[in-house]
Design a protein around this ligand. Structure first.
Ligand code: ADP
Ligand code: MG
Length: 339
């Protein structure tokens, strides 16, 4: 008979880590989300070898109190919710308390952090989930995470990584999406010592679109803005002339979170329907602000999916607003009102 035993903590952590951290880009995503949740107005991400040998994320957010650092690396440790009811109103990007423990379980992490209230900062090292050191040091306010040698202790996982070029490209795409998600934050991306992206944080979404997608796209945009009850939508619609053969140019964010949603895809398709050839997809950058009570963000560990309580409301508002914007009806109405 096989014996049944409970796995040791290290094994449990490695298995759990696999759900959250599957490649360098997921480390970057989690660390960036933490920086944003910490109220940072500037974040720098630096990678080497596609993030496999080094990921460094520096923010000017609130920092972590010295005595809280070891706790932050425990599984299910979070400052963002206290109990399940808070999930109903959560507005932070993180809330599961799994990222730091997962990252630390499969890499070599160094953390330097300082809060406004403390006189000195701290440097903390944790490798493969094992605490190595904690010391007091001088540091600027904010937090820096260094993540080295991802999957060094899980060779099976490491084997599934693609080339540094490909992993780096995933991170590049992620950085662009994160930049589009927060025009109010200055985001900088350095890859192998080269500056790849540096946004100003000046709140201007159109500037960002120009920087990321270039002149042709930025020159063919229509602004969109509507609001109704619990939902506000704003951003830019690409004119049908810049449509593409696939969905990769449909960027939308719900309360600052990049997600994938069939509902939103369909509403976009519906709105563009009579303006576009078949099998073409539009360029859009849309921000939807929805009251948190109408969302369930706790659907999947990656938080890339969510559920809407007011599906029809969102669908109608978005598809109608797209139709109106594309047909220029709003423009016409404004002109006649002004006359
Ligand atoms: P979650 O983001 O779901 O709360 P994490 O494991 O990502 O869980 O982080 C654990 C906790 O560590 C966070 O709740 C937060 O209090 C703290 N933390 C992590 N990163 C930062 C950061 N860059 N600045 C300030 N606090 C941080
Ligand atoms: Mg987090």
């Amino acid at each position: 008979m096989p014996t049944i035993t409970v796995l040791d903590q290290e094994t449990i952590n490695q298995i759990a880590a696999g759900e959250v951290i599957d490649r360098p880009s997921s480390v970057v995503k989690e660390l960036l989300e933490n920086a944003i949740d910490a109220g940072a107005t500037a974040v720098t991400v630096e990678i080497r070898d596609g993030g496999i040998s080094l990921i460094r994320v520096t923010d000017n957010g609130c920092g972590i109190e010295k005595k809280q650092i070891p706790t932050a690396f425990l599984r299910h440790a979070t400052s963002k919710i206290k109990s399940a009811v808070d999930l109903l109103t959560v507005s932070s990007l993180g809330f599961r308390g799994e990222a730091l423990s997962s990252i630390a379980a499969v890499s070599q992490v160094e953390l330097i952090t300082k809060t406004a209230a403390e006189l000195t900062g701290a440097r903390y090292q944790i490798h493969g989930g094992e605490e190595l050191s904690m010391e007091e040091i001088g540091a600027p306010e904010g937090t820096t995470f260094l993540v080295r040698n991802l999957f060094y202790n899980t060779p099976a996982r490491k084997k599934f990584l693609k080339t540094p070029q490909t992993e780096g490209a995933y991170i590049g795409n992620l950085m662009e999406r994160m930049a589009l998600s927060r025009p109010d934050i200055s985001i900088r991306f350095i890859q192998n010592n080269q500056n790849r992206l540096h946004t100003s944080g000046n709140h201007n979404l159109k500037d960002l679109i120009y920087m990321i997608f270039g002149r042709e796209i930025a020159g063919n945009l229509l602004p969109i803005e509507v609001e109704k009850e619990h939902v506000r939508i704003h951003g830019f619609l690409g004119k049908p002339v810049i449509s593409r053969g696939n969905r990769t140019y449909e960027n939308y964010f719900i309360n600052g979170r990049y997600i994938k949603s069939n509902l939103i895809n369909k509403a976009i398709e519906d709105g563009y329907h009579s303006f576009m050839m078949q099998h073409k997809y539009p360029f859009v950058v849309l921000h939807l602000e929805i009251e948190p009570e109408f969302l369930d963000v706790n659907v999947h560990p990656s938080k890339m999916e969510l559920r809407f309580r007011n599906q029809e409301e969102i669908y109608e508002l978005l598809s109608n607003a797209i139709r109106e914007t594309l047909s220029g009806r709003e423009l016409i109405r404004k002109v006649t009102l002004d006359a």
